[in-house]
Each structure stands twice: as structure tokens, then as C-alpha cells.
Design a protein. Structure first.
Length: 253
């Protein structure tokens, strides 16, 4: 049978989600814990890959097992084996062909910025030394929905077949006098895309780039024309959506 695992993690100590030859990853820790419980090697496939230092309030991954038993107990056992910065929230049975990555209908990320120096928030928010023009940044963000090819915001030399994405939502909101969050949702994201979008929007907010200039960067399909990627520590994957018919009834339903 196939199962979806819903988990969250603090990405500070990891080289991203995906297994890496040169450092530890969230995927590696999850596979190690599952393999220990199942007493055999277990492969895990995630809904996507987060960069080094990026966090997830909700990531989804799938794995196969003949019978995972009581799924609430499985989640509890996994949490006992996993390090404290990774938590399994739920395990759900799904149809045999369900795929955590390819069946996802949308992903949503949030990026947090602050103008306040804080010893407590510095690990999860990007510090800005001047308040940018968030209204202009929202005008630029609104143009994202007019396009599908986001080559200008993609990491170079990736192995994807297309750089097309459909943006469902992109907007900055103020959380407090010194804090703002950028929420962006799309059917898929390219590697490094959200951080590149945020970095380029900040150039708009600082007056270094106009809204029309932001639009032209998208149209040029050239990563070298866009802004510097924003730091990864302030980025969170917060939601992944799936069609409801992927899921099988759980015990008690």
C-alpha cells in the first residue's frame, strides 16, 4: 500500500529536503526512521524540494509498505526516532498510484521580513534595514499571474522539462508595525523561484526597479536580469493540496 506522510521541519540544520552527498537532509532522516521501523530500506518521495535552510510547516511525502498498521501509532513511533527539528503530523493511506509530487495541485509558500533587530526572530525572518514600498511591490507581484514562463526566476542548469508555472496568488501583507509576509501559491515552483521572486520584488520596493521593469525581467527569461535570491532562512512551505479522491478511508471513517 501507499501512504502520504504529513510532516513539518525546521530546515536550519539541513542541506534542504533532498538527499545530498555532502550533507544531511530531511528526506534522509525520514527514510532512516522509516527503514528502522519497517526493518527494510524504505524510499520516500516528497512533494517538492526545499533549499538549504528553508523550513516547512507542511510537507507531504509518500512511501510504500505492505501494511503500515495503526497509522496514529506509526506517526508516534516516527516522532520518537526523528530528531527534534522534524515532526510527523499525520500518515494517510492513498490509492496505489498516488504521487506526492506529481498529484499535488498547488503549493503555498510564505516569506517573512522585518525591520526590527531581534535576537529571537532572526532565525526565521529576513532583516531589512529600510522599509520598502510594499504597495509598489504588490503592484509588481500582481503581474506574476499574467505569465507562465518563469525562467528569469529559476536556478540555472536544472533538469526540469519546462519552466512554466501558474501563479494562483502572490501578495505582501503587514503583520505588525515592523513585520510583513509574502504569500505565493502556484501549481508548481522552479528551484530557487520563490527566493528569486522575493529578491527581485525587494528591488522594486527599494526603488531600484520599476513595476514595468519587473514585468520586463519576466519577459526576458534570463535569470541574470533578475535580483539576488533572498536568504532561505525566512522561507516556509506552508501547504500542499491534493484531489480528495486520492485518499482511502482510514480506520474509524
Amino acid at each position: 500500500m501507499r501512504y502520504f506522510i504529513y510532516l513539518s521541519y525546521d530546515g536550519t540544520n539541513y542541506h534542504g529536503w533532498q538527499v545530498q552527498p555532502n550533507g544531511n537532509s530531511v528526506q534522509a532522516e525520514l527514510m532512516k526512521a522509516l527503514s528502522t521501523l519497517m526493518r527494510r530500506p524504505v524510499e520516500v518521495v516528497g512533494a517538492g524540494r526545499t533549499d538549504a535552510g528553508v523550513h516547512a510547516r507542511l510537507m507531504v511525502a509518500h512511501f510504500d509498505a505492505d501494511d503500515a498498521g495503526d497509522l496514529t501509532r506509526l506517526a508516534d513511533k516516527l516522532n520518537r526516532l526523528l530528531p527534534p527539528d522534524i515532526a510527523v503530523n499525520r500518515v494517510r493511506p492513498v490509492r496505489s498510484g498516488a504521487h506526492a509530487r506529481f498529484d499535488a495541485t498547488y503549493r503555498t509558500y510564505k516569506y517573512y521580513v522585518t525591520t526590527e533587530k531581534s535576537p529571537f526572530g532572526r532565525a526565521y525572518k529576513c532583516r531589512l534595514f529600510h522599509t520598502p514600498d510594499f504597495e509598489r511591490m504588490n503592484q509588481a507581484a500582481q503581474t506574476l499571474s499574467d505569465y507562465t514562463d518563469f525562467t528569469s526566476f529559476s536556478k540555472l542548469h536544472t533538469d526540469v522539462k519546462t519552466n512554466n508555472c501558474r501563479i494562483r496568488h502572490a501578495r505582501w501583507e503587514q503583520l505588525s508595525p515592523v513585520e510583513w509576509v509574502f504569500t505565493i501559491s502556484a501549481d508548481r515552483f522552479l528551484r530557487n523561484m520563490v527566493r528569486a521572486v522575493v529578491g527581485t520584488l525587494l528591488e522594486v520596493g527599494r526603488g531600484k526597479l520599476s513595476v514595468d521593469g519587473f514585468r520586463r525581467i519576466i519577459e526576458m527569461k534570463d535569470r541574470c536580469k533578475a535580483g539576488t535570491s533572498a536568504p532561505g532562512h525566512a522561507l516556509f512551505l506552508v501547504d500542499v493540496g491534493y484531489p480528495e479522491d486520492l485518499f482511502l478511508p482510514e480506520d474509524g471513517e
